[in-house]
Design a protein around this ligand. Structure first.
Ligand SMILES: Nc1nc2c(c(=O)[nH]1)N[C@H]1C(S)=C(S)[C@@H](COP(=O)(O)O)O[C@H]1N2
Ligand SMILES: [Mo]
Length: 326
């Protein structure tokens, strides 16, 4: 059975779908990706063992994991478009990272409106095209570090959230920004299926975090419109925080006075704090955060404080106890 499976896989990836190389379970397994799907790090042992048996074929496969012509400021290559758009967390569709792209294929990301309101002088509703026209879209190559212990390098296309916030003019009472994802059970199976989740997905930032130049409203990646699996047509990228803060499919941005409730903080407050800054010194209650697996790379690498953005963002938290304010 296993042998047959292997042969079918060879045929499938090299002959049937030469254009769209399928990120098969086997390939993910070989590169240790499946371990990331389970939350406990102990589950990874077997896959790491498998990765160490390097062959020419594996080196070959690795080349579709990265696009070395794009690199982050630390010199690491961006993950390939295929990896970025086929290995996703998007719980509205499924908890299976490899199934998101297929289930999201027919998602209706156009037309799309986003409302910016709350404690602002000029509340507004924008069409996505308004945003694209109004604000120059720039490329930012950021690391994304998931709280589960894996990471990618992603060349986002977007514009600083600060530009949009300045346009609506927050009042002096506005101290936090609340973000809301689309609620549409007709398109999102798990908004019907997982009824114990407090849908829609919501997130939040302190206003100084939201105004920070690194905080990006994302409309694309690799210079193309955002794939549905990555949160089309509009999502956040907050690169110094765990990935779940980078909310997808945003329909509302609200300026508020109090720290907003968020989906993950409501579900499991001891595991997912409001700040959720990447911090290798503070373990998740169920696993260490000291290391991470860069998707496409064998083994694990050390996790960096603030995901490597400490120089830019540490001052936001001066005097704050980062172990208590997680
Ligand atoms: N609406 C919504 N946003 C979301 C999620 C989600 O399930 N729903 N998952 C989060 C998590 S856990 C991560 S790691 C990132 C993953 O982004 P990516 O799939 O583009 O890599 O999206 C975040 N934003
Ligand atoms: Mo995540």
């Amino acid at each position: 059975m296993i042998g047959l499976d292997k042969n079918m896989e060879k045929i499938r990836s090299s002959e049937i779908t030469p254009e769209h190389v399928y990120l098969s379970r086997r390939r993910l397994l070989r590169f240790g990706l499946l371990g990331a799907a389970s939350l406990g790090l102990t589950a990874c042992g077997g896959q790491i063992g498998e990765m160490l048996t390097g062959t020419a074929k594996e080196a070959d496969l690795a080349s579709d994991m990265f696009s070395p012509d794009k690199r982050d400021e630390l010199g690491d290559p961006a993950n390939s478009f295929r990896v970025i758009s086929n290995y996703n967390n998007y719980y509205e569709f499924t908890l299976d990272k490899e199934a998101v792209a297929r289930l999201a294929a027919n998602f209706k990301a156009e037309p799309w409106k986003v409302t910016v309101d709350g404690l602002v002088r000029n509340p507004r509703t924008y069409d996505l095209d308004d945003l694209r026209r109004k604000f120059d879209q720039e490329e930012r190559i950021y690391r994304l570090r998931c709280v589960e212990g894996w990471s990618m390098v992603i060349p986002w296309l977007g514009f600083p959230l600060a530009k949009l916030l300045r346009e609506v003019e927050p009042t002096s009472e506005a101290r936090y920004v609340r973000f809301v994802s689309l609620y549409d059970p007709d398109q999102y199976p798990n908004q019907r299926g997982l009824t114990f989740y407090p849908w829609p997905y919501t997130e939040g930032l302190r206003i100084d975090e939201a105004m920070h130049d690194l905080t990006l409203l994302v409309t694309g990646l690799y210079g193309k419109p955002l794939p549905n699996s990555n949160g089309a047509p509009l999502r956040l990228a907050v690169p110094w925080k765990y990935g779940f803060k980078s909310i997808k499919a945003i329909v509302k941005i609200e300026l508020v006075a109090e720290q907003p409730k968020t989906l993950w903080n409501t579900m499991a407050p001891h595991e997912y704090g409001f700040y959720s800054n990447v911090n290798p010194n503070r373990p998740h209650p169920r696993w260490s955060q000291a290391t991470e697996r860069r998707i496409g790379e064998p083994g694990r690498r050390p996790t960096l404080m603030f995901n490597g953005y400490a120089e830019q963002v540490a001052s936001l938290y001066a005097g704050m106890d980062l172990m208590a304010n997680y």
